[in-house]
Design a protein around this ligand. Structure first.
Ligand code: AKG
Ligand code: FE2
Length: 354
């Protein structure tokens, strides 16, 4: 996709262009067949760019007011304030993130018919966007914290047939750090072992160690482009290598209304990091807004979250920190900064001798 001389070769130089499926968008069996072949479907300009442009302004204005975007710039440029870097797990991230999370437009995008009709066609029955929506606000050159190689099931659970839809809020060329999928990896048809890592979700797959191979597919994303994949497709984010631009994207999940949902997917994202409630999120919304608690009354059974994956990663971080691993120490310090009295923070403090 991109070329570079060998001296400046980077992992993303070996990317293969995503297969576009706009030509098959109305053809259910073609969509299902391509999903079966590739482990993803990719559509150019699926979401309306006027809605996304409005959303981009609103999101980046909140980030500018929160000190993340240079105050002397137009927020839509997404130019990060020099010296500011934070990510999921940092208290400073959650403060601004939950202000972005309160924007109605951010939730509404996932419900647009442009996407829900396509998801319904792929899944073949009545679907719903899951209540827990996600935004990723990724600082430039903060590459140790790039989302690592993973499968979504370990984080979002419910069923492995759930679909994720990833959309940048703005153009997202490769160097800004878009999403890449491991072509055909869904054919493993199982959740593979994950271990502790920095980056969103804190869990990564060691694909070499597990002898999993394949080609990485990605693209220079444009406004409205949407990548859809099931919860066992292996994927990762590319590093944001730009000088000064923030990467802003959405990843929302969809399920059949008849399928079960894990409890945490009915709650706001990063809730455990800041104990935010839907009433907090909805504070400025109209009281009769149909998007408030829209899932209540839908038939899906709610099941408890399975903490096995996360607990294993945390135990690995403890062991690695004991052995002096800097990323693991950084991870444990975040727990302590967030909530020094939690059980995990006390374990972290005893390992770090703090
Ligand atoms: O955007 C990112 O950095 C991660 C997104 C992701 O893993 C997903 O959409 O499932
Ligand atoms: Fe993911």
């Amino acid at each position: 996709m991109t070329t570079a001389d060998a001296s400046e070769s980077r992992p993303e130089d070996n990317l293969i262009e995503l297969r576009e499926s706009n030509d098959a968008i109305l053809d259910q069996s073609q969509l299902q067949q391509r999903m079966q072949e590739d482990g993803y479907l990719f559509f150019r300009h699926l979401l309306p760019s006027d809605s996304l442009r409005e959303l981009r302004y609103e999101m980046l204005k909140v980030m500018q007011d929160g000190g993340w975007i240079r105050s002397d710039t137009d927020p839509v440029e997404g130019i990060a304030e020099p010296g500011v870097q934070c990510t999921e797990g940092d208290p400073g991230y959650t403060d601004v993130y939950h202000k972005v999370y309160a924007l109605r437009a951010f939730h509404a995008i996932a419900h647009l018919p442009e996407i829900t009709t396509v998801i319904e066609r792929i899944m073949g029955g009545p679907i719903t966007p899951q209540p827990l929506k996600v935004a990723r606000l990724w600082f430039p050159k903060y590459t140790a914290h790039t989302t690592p190689i993973h499968q979504d099931f370990v984080h979002f659970q419910g069923t492995t047939r759930n679909l994720t839809a990833w959309t940048p809020v703005g153009d997202c060329p490769v160097e800004l750090g878009g999403l890449a999928v491991l072509h055909g990896s869904h054919k493993l048809n199982r959740v593979v072992e994950h271990q502790f890592s920095l980056g969103a979700g804190s869990l990564a797959i060691d694909i070499e160690g597990q002898r999993i191979s394949g080609e990485w597919h990605s693209t220079n994303y444009q406004w409205g482009d949407t990548l859809i994949f099931p919860a066992v497709t292996i994927h990762k984010a590319l590093p944001n290598l730009t000088e000064d631009r923030l990467r802003v994207s959405l990843d929302n999940r969809y399920q059949l209304q008849s399928d079960q949902i894990a409890y945490h997917m009915t709650q706001p994202h990063l809730q455990t990091m800041a104990s935010v409630t839907w009433d907090d999120i909805y504070r400025e919304w109209d009281s009769d807004d149909p998007l408030r608690y829209y899932w209540q009354g839908m038939p899906m059974p709610i099941i408890p979250k399975d903490d096995t994956f996360g607990n294993k990663g945390f135990d690995e971080a403890l062991a690695m920190a004991r052995a002096g691993s800097e990323p693991a120490i950084h991870h444990l310090r975040r727990y302590i900064a967030r909530d020094p009295d939690s059980k995990q923070s006390r374990l972290a403090a005893s390992v770090l001798g703090e």
